[in-house]
Design a protein around this ligand. Structure first.
Ligand SMILES: [Zn+2]
Length: 117
């Protein structure tokens, strides 16, 4: 495990913390609202609300659940710009903003009760 592995998908955050964030967000993408319970092969990822390239950190209040499709679509765009893209695709602006707000303000806790920052 050299330097390289740190940049592989999924290796930058501990499994339990990742799962706690998915749980906090109801296993649902905050952007398009799709869920793993929809049963259509939704793949969840974590997304930085403020991109790392813009100074965003790895704290739970800056991390949200996003499906793989939304995450790839967003790239490094600001959340404002990405919401505009989603609105053009038929997602309601207020709904996305509310989902992001709800996610980032909620306490992030694992199933065992451990809290994460
Ligand atoms: Zn999505």
């Amino acid at each position: 495990m050299g330097k390289r592995s740190r940049h592989q998908v999924g290796s930058w955050i501990r499994k339990e913390r990742r799962k706690a964030i998915y749980e906090r967000d109801g296993f649902r993408c905050v952007y398009c609202g799709c869920s793993i319970f929809d049963g259509d092969g939704v793949r969840l990822t974590l997304d930085h609300v403020i991109p790392k390239s813009m100074g965003g950190g790895n704290e739970c209040s800056n991390l949200v659940t996003a499906c793989h499709e939304c995450n790839s679509m967003r790239q490094d765009y600001s959340v404002r710009k990405f919401i505009a893209t989603l609105v053009r695709r038929g997602v309601k602006r207020e709904t996305v903003r509310r989902r992001i707000r709800n996610a980032t303000r909620r306490v992030c806790k694992s199933a065992s009760g451990r809290r994460y920052k």
